[in-house]
Design a protein around this ligand. Structure first.
Ligand code: DQA
Length: 183
């Protein structure tokens, strides 16, 4: 009985603390809902784990997404993920995210080097974006050295394998806090 009562008491205290935190958020004019990060993966990234592992590593896309969702929980960011092999579907997903997400992390894969449509969709997004690559594209074939989105994203992270995404989410968290945005 005593244990149960103590539990009740701590639950009441916990809820009161949550209510006070929410109240102070309202008073400070901060965003009320949890910030949302959309992570978009381009063509062939569904094959991660078995696709050219000497370049892209053995981590699967599912592992990457899971890691990002968990890190998002730690950072207080809701992480949504999307993969498509089709340029049009990626553009559709970016349009649907317009004025709704707080930050975008995108690895357009091969479309990085060719797609003006994805570049235009990023320009119309209304949220900061981060370009990610598993490999360091500058250590590879010359056609991979050009990115159509390099000058419309906030920053680029590449060459750290699946860890590139983790670094990008940490950078994104920094970008969408008031202090990070001001920097
Ligand atoms: C990639 C690099 C691209 O050149 C390539 O077409 C990919 C993956 C990377 O993450 O290293 O598919 O974006």
């Amino acid at each position: 009985m005593v244990t149960a009562c103590l539990k009740c008491l701590s639950a009441v205290r916990f809820n009161a603390a949550k209510a006070m935190a929410a109240k102070s958020k309202v008073e400070s004019g901060a965003i009320l809902r949890e910030p949302v990060a959309l992570v978009v993966h381009g063509p062939n990234l569904n094959l991660l784990g078995t696709r050219e592992p000497e370049i892209y590593g053995r981590t699967t896309l599912e592992d990457i997404n899971q890691r990002l969702i968990e890190l998002g929980r730690e950072l207080g960011i809701k992480v949504e993920t999307f993969q498509s092999n089709s340029e049009g579907e990626i553009v559709d997903r970016l349009q649907a995210a317009r004025d709704w997400i707080d930050v975008l992390i995108i690895n357009p894969a091969a479309y990085t080097h060719t797609s003006i449509a994805i570049r235009d969709a990023l320009s119309a997004l209304g949220a900061p974006s981060i370009e990610v690559h598993l490999s360091n594209v500058y250590r590879r074939e010359p056609f991979r050295h050009h990115s159509t989105i390099a000058d419309v994203v906030s920053g680029r992270i590449m060459g750290f394998g699946s860890e590139s995404y983790v670094l990008a989410l940490r950078a994104a968290a920094n970008l969408i806090t008031p202090a990070g945005a001001a920097a």
